[in-house]
Write a protein that binds this ligand. Structure first.
Ligand code: ZN
Ligand code: ZN
Length: 636
């Protein structure tokens, strides 16, 4: 059935289901959603069953929107909103979403803005036609979130037309013939980095993840030139599991080379990945290397993102439905589940997963409606890859910081901007509040504060405990007074030379460049200071060499080579990882429901993936495979 026919048929179905007195003024595709425009929004709201029956009849996600004709123009609407909402609510921002007919009103006190029984909201709706949505002002403003919001507003018309095009493509005719489902492994197998897999059927092609692998010369990229990928615009969709660059770092290259289709990911993944991608090209530039894309391609990526919340099943191709599930790894991280054909096959790709409740997130989900093939990570899948629990990690950190501060030294903690730094911040804040460690300033240098701000912009992605603490009790650990943002180079200079005790959290996490190096150079010669590693140190990085007992640091300054003996205490605290350890990975497979027929293992050093595969086979008698990059596995 062609897409025009689909719309004709949709019109018929809508006519049958919707009562005559409700006027329908238009039906359109918008990306994966069928949008129905009406002048009687209230009638729909009052009768939830109609929407459910429409979705069932159309077999699509359905959105009911107000006919644009009944919406006040945005300037008048803004004036009215400011007039209706009591000043005590303290409006901090208002933005309109033309795509949904929704107006988001950001306020300090949501209760006041909503009014008793939603009275204020109802008045707004009746006056301006727009559906008001009250959003609590995030406690830390994020530059990234603000800029992306502004950009999407600017291009809303253009995006609307593009979404229609995407909708028509999803609803195109299926090809007749024998059905099949395959997975081509394009990167990130028998290695960590450049994750990419292609799911293909007779009708469609979907790429999952498109990461980079850091190398000393030019970085490695997935095998995107493989014949099953090309031409690049033959892809129906791209899905990104999470923002880390080993999953998203090469994505903008596809837009550089003419891909014009959608990227599905969660909203925080969209924001975090553009922050990390911008940093990636900045670092490349700083090191005099050519970056594979420019900032315009990152903007293009944002333009083509279709954000999906967890648990929302969405058609993304004629024969594929996607659902994202919590992966517990970093903010917005997801496992991607695909339902292929009409019950033909179900495959899930884990991305990176944490199967333990952390200070920030709930553990990854282990339940799927159906599951035959699972592609999963094995970063810590080796025989001896056991890690301490979160509690033990906090205890370890406490002991090391206490003894370091007892001798009035400086403590330096190299961190990754996204994920670990927020957890370490929370633990330090707690230890300080309970007086288990002395109170000293904690300086945050690099992108940490911006990444933290994005965390507070998406509270629904944090675990319930932290969400409550921030929004119900008004205690935001990230806003504690001990935390101080390092704003300028001069600021950094002062901290480096200040003899008073302090703790510094700085990027990059493996001592591979970034502001952390300024502190390290200055402090490493003094046995009174301590460096604490809390994250994985990859082979070949300075972090790994220091951990192994490197004796001397050499760097160039004003054209001269300077060497400093390394005397500072070198400590490592395990247990802060965002990855599941061997035990958690095995438990995850054990608890999986339903039990998959086959598990394809990647995202691990070769020996670890092989060890994990053999354990899965022996313990659970599930077919397990460790393919090479470029292998294709027929699943059905
Ligand atoms: Zn990751
Ligand atoms: Zn990864």
């Amino acid at each position: 059935m062609a897409s025009d026919e689909f719309i004709d048929r949709a019109k018929k179905i809508v006519k049958e289901i919707v009562p005559l007195e409700i006027s329908i003024t238009g039906i359109e595709f918008e990306g994966p959603v069928v949008v129905i425009y009406t002048q009687n929004l209230e009638a729909f709201a009052a009768n939830n069953d109609i929407v459910r029956r429409l979705a069932q009849g159309l077999r699509r996600r359905v959105a009911i929107r107000p006919d644009p004709k009944i919406l006040a123009d945005t300037e008048r609407a803004e004036t009215e909103i400011k007039h209706i909402i009591p000043p005590e609510a303290e409006i901090t921002d208002i933005w309109f979403d033309q795509e949904t007919g929704e107006v988001s009103i950001e306020v300090m006190s949501p209760g006041v803005a909503i009014g008793p029984k939603g009275k204020v909201l109802n008045e707004i709706k009746a006056t301006i036609g727009w559906a008001p949505k009250i959003v609590r002002t995030p406690p830390i403003p994020s530059k990234t979130v603000g800029e992306i919001r502004g950009y999407l507003k600017m291009i809303s018309e253009e995006r609307k037309n593009w979404l229609k095009k995407v909708g028509r493509k999803i609803n195109r005719d299926r090809i007749s013939g024998e059905v099949y489902a395959r997975a081509s492994l394009l990167g990130g197998f028998r290695e960590v980095g450049r994750s990419a897999s292609l799911i293909s059927t007779k009708d469609s092609k979907v790429l999952v993840d498109c990461g980079v692998k850091f190398a000393s010369g030019e970085d490695d990229t997935p095998f995107l030139s493989a014949p099953e990928v090309l031409p690049i615009d033959s892809l129906d969709a791209i899905v990104i599991t999470h923002a880390h660059l080993d999953h998203s770092g090469i994505l903008p290259v596809l837009y550089k080379y003419g891909y014009d289709g959608p990227v599905y990911c969660t909203a925080p993944t969209r924001d975090l990945m553009s922050l990390l991608q911008l940093d990636y090209i900045k670092v490349a530039f700083g090191e005099g290397r050519k970056s594979p894309y420019e900032s315009t391609h990152i903007r293009d990526t944002v333009k083509h993102c279709i954000p999906l919340p967890y648990g929302n099943t969405t058609d993304i191709a004629p024969d594929m439905r996607l659902t994202l599930h919590n992966a517990g790894h970093i903010l917005g991280s997801a496992m991607a589940h695909f339902h292929i054909g009409d019950g033909l096959h179900n495959i899930a790709i884990t991305g990176d997963i944490k199967y333990e409740k952390t200070w920030l997130f709930n553990p990854c989900t282990d339940k799927f409606p159906r599951l035959e093939t699972l592609i999963m990570e094995s970063t810590y899948g080796g025989h001896g890859d056991y890690q301490p629990s979160r509690r033990e990690a906090a205890q370890g950190l406490k002991e090391i910081i206490s003894s370091a501060l007892a001798t009035k030294g400086h403590v330096l903690i190299p961190v990754f901007a996204v994920g670990r730094s927020q957890e370490v911040m929370m633990v330090i804040q707690q230890l300080t509040a309970t007086k288990e460690i002395p109170e000293v300033p904690v300086y945050l240098d690099g992108m940490i504060m911006e990444a933290t701000a994005i965390h507070t912009a998406y509270p629904e992605y944090l675990n319930s405990h932290l969400r409550n603490q921030i929004f119900q009790k008004g205690e935001n650990p990230f806003l504690a007074e001990i935390f101080k943002r390092v704003e300028t180079g001069k600021n950094r200079e002062e901290i480096v030379h200040n003899p008073d005790s302090c703790i510094v959290l700085a990027t990059a996490g493996m001592l591979n460049g970034g502001p952390v190096m300024e502190y390290f150079k200055e402090w490493c010669g003094d046995a009174n200071n301590t460096i604490i590693f809390v994250g994985f140190q990859a082979e070949g990085t300075m972090g790994r060499r220091v951990q192994r007992g490197m004796k001397e640091l050499q760097f160039s300054h004003d054209g001269k080579t300077i060497s400093v003996p390394i005397k500072m205490r070198i400590e490592t605290v395990d247990g802060f990882s965002g990855h599941s350890d061997r035990r958690q990975l095995m438990n995850f497979v054990h608890n999986l429901h339903p039990r998959p027929e086959r598990i394809i293992i990647g995202h691990g050093e070769e020996s670890k993936s092989l060890e994990f595969a053999s354990a899965v086979y022996k313990k659970f008698n599930i077919e397990s495979r460790v393919p090479f990059n470029l292998e294709t596995i027929r699943m059905k």
